[in-house]
Design a binder for this molecule. Sequence first.
Ligand SMILES: NC(=O)c1ccc[n+]([C@@H]2O[C@H](COP(=O)([O-])OP(=O)(O)OC[C@H]3O[C@@H](n4cnc5c(N)ncnc54)[C@H](OP(=O)(O)O)[C@@H]3O)[C@@H](O)[C@H]2O)c1
Length: 280
Amino acid sequence: MIDLQTVKLNDGVGVPLLGYGTGTAVRLSGKEKAVDFIKMAYSEAKLCHMDCAQRYFNEESIAVAMKDLGLKREEVFITTKTYKRRKLDVEEVDLFLIHVPDELKEIGLGKAWEMMEQLQCEGKARSIGVSNYRIADLEETLKTAKIVPSVNQTDRDVVEIEVHPYVFEKAKPLIDYRHQKGIAIASYAALASIVRHPGGPVDQVVKDIAEELSMTEDQVLLKWAHQVTYGGIVITTSLKKERLQGQVKAFATMPYLSDTQVRTIADAGKKLYFRQFVSI
Ligand SMILES: NC(=O)c1ccc[n+]([C@@H]2O[C@H](COP(=O)([O-])OP(=O)(O)OC[C@H]3O[C@@H](n4cnc5c(N)ncnc54)[C@H](OP(=O)(O)O)[C@@H]3O)[C@@H](O)[C@H]2O)c1
């Protein structure tokens, strides 16, 4: 596997910290184009962590891209997520997440987690975790869990962990809770302030910091998301190779934002509440 910085999970598995998301722009481009974008992300930007989900209906694009590039299984880190009660038909993934807790009410979160533990025992997933879990969902899971979930990718209720400046204030308690429990955080939508809500109070602040650090705005926002999640995994995406190369470079060679810069962005973000994904 290409050596990108890794985030170590509580079970010892190392996750390349920058993940290439296939659930938004890549998914919308269609299955065939998705293959090309995944190949581009891997070969041109050296992004070896692919984030997908059964509900994106393009998981196989990763397999096709790997085959086309002649990659061995261990050269790509694959995160994927469950969809409703669809059969967990994974051959062997690196990180397998429960995608949406509300879909599991019938079987219960404890039972669902037991099934995940079983998958890990069988060697079908190197690491297991959850996504969209609120504090209450985590508490219910932890009551009977034998294995503590390694990652909580998102949260979509009262306290979100969609991580960008316009949700950070609300997400902070949940981020801290997970951190205390030793659960790594993977964030998405870090670029919402420039992509989904341009013209807001954060823009000028990010622009100024980008100039100070000789970075681009997307580089600043991705590093900010990483830093405010205690060095968490960051899932982003782009259809442009130069942008992806710049983002990888930001994590490989560019400086961290100072505490003051991190705080200045957070403070500017408090002036507006905006959430990108009301539901996924
Ligand atoms: N677990 C979950 O429930 C969940 C939910 C949502 C998403 N996700 C994952 O997270 C991934 C990323 O989500 P996201 O797309 O919302 O992430 P994002 O990182 O906030 O946004 C990525 C978008 O930003 C654009 N962009 C990048 N730099 C820019 C700039 N300087 N100016 C303007 N636009 C810029 C990119 O377009 P270009 O092509 O133009 O660069 C791309 O479409 C998804 O694909 C999915 O894998 C998971």
